[in-house]
Design a protein around this ligand. Structure first.
Ligand code: HEC
Length: 120
């Protein structure tokens, strides 16, 4: 999906966007993807395909914001599509929020650089 890959995230990761993302996540995503983003939500065991692990920085660093946005918008069975349920801004806020499972949120970085981000 070359086009999705290059989509630019118009919603910067701020405490406000992350708070909105958290709310939407709890409402729409947590039951499958888990409160910790590790793919171990209460419904996960019933699914034919396991949800991804958002805490895995190696995997998450390979996908662009655009690809995450695309996945949320279009879904991929058994994950439903959310483009008719959530507005564009809400979906980008979710992208920002999902990033926090594998990266330090900018708001929290005043305590110093994220220690676990190894240089390639
Ligand atoms: C019914 C359970 C379910 C719900 C609800 C759900 N997902 Fe998923 N999601 C999945 C599954 C299963 C996959 C893996 C699909 C695949 O690999 O083909 C997935 C994959 C993804 C991916 C791609 C990354 C990856 O590891 O494959 C993203 C991003 C994602 N989901 C975000 C979300 C967001 C954001 C929401 C809430 C708006 C959400 N999902 C709601 C089940 C769900």
């Amino acid at each position: 999906m070359a086009r999705a890959r290059k989509l630019k995230n118009p919603v910067p990761s701020t405490p406000e966007s992350l708070a909105a993302g958290l709310l939407a996540y709890q409402q729409h995503c947590q039951r499958c993807h888990g409160a910790a983003g590790d793919g171990k939500g209460e419904k996960a065991a019933e699914l034919a395909v396991a949800p991804g692990d958002f805490t895995d920085a190696k995997t998450m660093d390979r996908v662009t914001d655009g690809e995450i946005f695309w996945q949320i918008s279009e879904g991929r069975l058994p994950m439903p599509a959310f483009k008719d349920k959530l507005g564009e801004t809400e979906r980008w806020e979710l992208v920002d929020y999902i990033r926090t499972f594998s990266r330090k949120a900018p708001a929290a970085s005043s305590t110093g650089p994220a220690p676990h981000r190894a240089q390639p």
